[in-house]
Ligand binder design. Structure first.
Ligand SMILES: Cc1cc2nc3c(=O)[nH]c(=O)nc-3n(C[C@H](O)[C@H](O)[C@H](O)COP(=O)(O)OP(=O)(O)OC[C@H]3O[C@@H](n4cnc5c(N)ncnc54)[C@H](O)[C@@H]3O)c2cc1C
Length: 389
């Protein structure tokens, strides 16, 4: 998408964003709108969104379970509306289960957080999603606000806007280390040996974010987990327009190119990289589908792949300033919700860089993942804030 420009142009920036997936693009989008200084996004691959952001299921799902997920989804929606008209095919999600009880926690969360959804009985489920015929789904919730995103269109629109506001995007630029001295950032060193100076660096490296923090002396434990996706073509014609998610079997599918895109919702720790798809992953998918949507379990697999969802240990996104190194910020750990909530997370990040508070700032701050400072330091901090008042 973007070619490296001349060396002199890369010498310095005010804010460097490392990573060109949805996290990096969303961060650079909001930072360039804030006009806090020259923004430079560095992506190692030759093309933006080569990893998770270009290989996911593209489902906009409001009722996700991570801390802050629903709030991020609800904040992202109007931003996506403004960014790219038509970004969503609003087919809705059918959450299904073999008994109504398994859906109660979801329903409670929907009511608490104001997500629109309505109950469905088995007869209505089969009418809406004939693929469930012969399976164990007895109860359902329909969330009409969900759908399938145009993830390619969204990333293109973000990149266009960043450039239009004067931000720079450099692909083929791998950051080897984030450099800091005396607890303050000085910039980054590229794998090519070049150095780019900057007072602010935002780590948006997806599965590699934890490693990148380590190079600045600020490691965070982030765990990448492999998950499979497959495009299935059932032997007989099966109709259905919605995303269907079985909450007890933990499997989902949605229409895709005349067939269905499906995932066994597997989670296997995997090193950062492009993971291969495995036969075992596809067998797990067929086994789960045989319980929920037997017709789909007999499908031909037209294409299968895997990619990584990366989480912090509490499964909330990690967004905000790292107190260990002045100028270092995180926007990582977007887990399985980055396409849905990434744009709002970028807004939370930009507020942190600008020094403003944000309603989600504390929930997502990396501070929650750091060991608490010794009691003596906490007491001294409290005394110093009283002295200031
Ligand atoms: C199977 C699967 C299905 C999913 N389905 C959905 C879904 O339906 N809906 C949804 O909302 N979310 C979904 N997700 C989650 C979503 O894809 C992720 O949350 C999101 O893509 C994470 O974005 P990211 O920018 O953090 O990471 P990535 O997209 O992985 O981007 C990180 C980028 O950083 C770059 N980078 C890393 N290190 C360096 C370095 N040293 N120098 C320069 N660049 C570097 C990488 O090359 C990469 O391009 C799914 C994920 C998976 C795996």
């Amino acid at each position: 998408m973007a070619r490296r420009s001349g060396r002199s142009e890369l010498d310095r920036a005010d804010i460097i964003v490392v990573g060109g997936g949805i996290a990096g693009l969303s961060a650079a989008h909001h930072l360039s709108r804030e006009r806090l200084g020259a923004v430079l996004l560095l992506e190692r691959e030759g093309v933006l969104c080569t990893h998770s952001s270009g290989r996911n299921a593209a489902i906009f799902l409001e009722l996700s379970s991570g801390p802050g997920d629903v709030a991020l989804a609800r904040r992202s929606r109007p931003m996506l509306d403004e960014l790219l008209p038509g970004w969503l095919s609003p087919c809705g999600t059918l959450m299904v289960a073999s008994d109504g009880k398994s859906l109660e926690p979801l329903l409670a969360r929907a009511e608490r957080e104001g997500v629109r959804c309505g109950r469905m009985d088995r007869r209505e489920l089969l009418e809406a999603a004939p693929a469930l015929e012969g399976g164990n789904a007895k109860a359902g919730l329909f969330c009409p606000g969900d759908g399938v995103m145009d993830v390619h269109g969204v990333s293109q629109a973000l990149a266009r806007g960043i450039r239009a506001r004067g931000g720079r995007i450099e692909c083929g630029a791998e950051v080897a280390a984030v450099e800091a001295k005396g607890g303050r950032l000085s910039g980054v060193k590229l794998a090519s040996g070049e150095r780019v100076s900057a007072g602010t660096v935002v780590l948006c490296g997806g599965a590699w974010a934890g490693e990148l923090g380590g190079t600045a002396g600020a490691p965070l434990s982030m765990v990448p987990l492999r998950r499979h996706l497959a495009v299935l073509v059932p032997p007989e014609k099966v109709t259905g327009l919605q995303v269907v998610w079985s909450v007890d079997a933990d499997v989902y599918f949605r229409p895709e190119s005349g067939g269905f895109l499906a995932s066994p919702c597997d989670e296997e720790p995997w090193p950062p990289g492009l993971p291969p798809a495995s036969q075992a992953g596809l067998e797990r998918l067929a086994e789960k589908l045989s319980k929920v949507a037997p017709a789909l379990s007999r499908s031909e697999v037209r294409r299968a792949w895997a990619c990584l969802r990366t989480f912090a240990k509490d499964r909330a996104a990690v967004v905000g300033a790292d107190p260990r190194v002045r100028g270092l910020h995180w926007m990582a750990g977007l887990g399985g919700h980055g396409m849905t909530g990434g744009l709002a997370a970028g807004e939370v990040l930009a507020a942190a860089v600008a020094g403003r508070s944000d309603p989600l700032g504390e929930v997502l701050s990396p501070v929650r993942l750091l060991p608490p400072p010794p009691a003596a330091i906490r007491r001294a901090e409290r005394r110093s804030s009283r002295a200031r008042r």
